[in-house]
Each structure stands twice: as structure tokens, then as C-alpha cells.
Design a protein around this ligand. Sequence first.
Ligand SMILES: C[S@@+](CC[C@H](N)C(=O)[O-])C[C@H]1O[C@@H](n2cnc3c(N)ncnc32)[C@H](O)[C@@H]1O
Length: 263
Amino acid sequence: MQKTVSPVLRAKALDNRLPDPILGDKYAEQAMRRLDPDYDNRRFGTSQMGLAAVVRAKAHDDWARSFLADHPDAVVLHLGCGLDARVYRIDPPATVDWYDLDYPSIIELRQQFLPPREHYTLIGSSVTDLTWLDRIPRGRPVLMIAEGLVPYLTEADLRQLLTSVVDAFPTGQIQFDTVPVWAWRTSKWDPTLRKYDTQFHCGFNDPAALADWHPRLEYVDEAPMNDSPVLMAKAPANVRRMFRLLNLLPGMKRSTRIVRFRF
Ligand SMILES: C[S@@+](CC[C@H](N)C(=O)[O-])C[C@H]1O[C@@H](n2cnc3c(N)ncnc32)[C@H](O)[C@@H]1O
């Protein structure tokens, strides 16, 4: 299984145990327990430091809900979905067709852990093999969500993906998160990434400038993560203190940028 799935899933599972969760995702807790029954029983097993990733998920959910409210005929491309239960959290109307894409091994896990639903299709493929796009209905608004995926792509693959999606649909919203160049360059030494034997392949100091890759693409805005009001309002006091300290370090506040584009 792709190694980066479990830390985010674990963070979402632990969030669900807070008295007032940020995301409140019961599927994450169920899937995490099945993946690793002992996940909360080790050193730092219940640490809520992963809550920043939960904030990221919430920001993507909020943007997705608002796009789907305005475009109930949309198709959704949820790329690098991992075991994330976004389609169940958002529960779009039957007029929306939703596609969850990840590597075949992850899609197999999803089939074991998460229930099927109508107007919902799983695609087991690398996102970079763009033949999967041929399976998506055209002529409708598109919502592309890539949470925690972009840093694992090369810049060339990301560019090809974005321009192909814009070329394929009449209108849409594209939302993803990126890391800055320093985080990409130092990712080889990042202890968390090393633990999962992976590293980043791209980073951007000015993700808004990616709009220049296609004449129809326009940057919209950015959502906060490490200093987000929801994190400061809902995280346990020790986690809030830790983030306040971390955010004093240069670059930390924006060590992940959650960005939204439209076309
Ligand atoms: C950090 S996880 C995030 C999972 C999920 N989006 C979430 O936020 O819980 C990154 C995901 O991207 C997937 N991924 C990475 N490179 C990919 C590629 N080239 N094609 C498809 N999926 C990819 C991984 O398998 C993994 O599920």
C-alpha cells in the first residue's frame, strides 16, 4: 500500500474522537482501526499534532461544497483519494458524478473499507497516465480536488495534468495543496517522509503563478492551515501552543499552501 495514506487517515481518525471534532469523519476512524487495530496504542498514539492535515481536509470540503451548490451537474475528480471519505462527508446529490482515483492497490483497499454508492466510480490508475481522463463524461462543469497529492508529482506531470483537465471541460474549479521549494528540496531528510520511505518531487514558492500554465486558468484564493482559525479554536490547548511556536519559525505558517483556481 502507498505509504503516505496512513498518517493522514490517522489524523482524521483521532480528530473524530475530539469532543468537538474539526472534520468528524467516522469512516476514517473505522478504516484506520481496520488498517492498524493498534494505531492509538503506541507512544504518541493519540497525539493530535496531525490536526493541521484535518484542517486541510476541511478546507477542501468547504470549497467543494460551495462549488457543488452552484454546479449540481458537475463531475468530481478526486485525485490521490487514498482512503479519504470525502464523497460520504459531502454526500453530493445524484446529479453529481464523482470519481475517486488512486493507485490500484489503494483502490482495492477502499473497496474493502468503504461502501459503494450510486454515481460514484473508483479508478485504479496513476494520475499521470492520463488515459483515465477518457473515462470521464465531458461537457459538464468539473471539480478537481487533489489533497496531499501534488508534492508527489513532478512539475512536468502536474503541468500536463492541469492543462489536460482545463482542455477537457468547459468550466470548473481546481483545488489542491502544494509545498514551497525549500520543503521539496529538504524532503529527502524529512523524518516523517523518511519513515514512510518517500519524498516530494515538486514545490512552488508562488503557487498562484501556476495559473500562467493555461490561458483559461485563473487563481482564486488560498485557505490557511497551520494558523487557521478553526485549528486555533478547536485543537486541544497543547496542540495550539505547539503550532503557535512552530508558526514563529520562518516558512512554517505557509509550509503547505491550499489553493483554489477556476476556469
Ligand atoms: C498523502 S496521501 C493523501 C490521501 C488523501 N487525499 C487524503 O488526504 O487523505 C497521498 C495519496 O496520493 C496518492 N498518489 C501519489 N502519487 C500518485 C499517482 N501518481 N497517481 C495516483 N495516486 C497517487 C497516494 O497513493 C496516496 O493515496
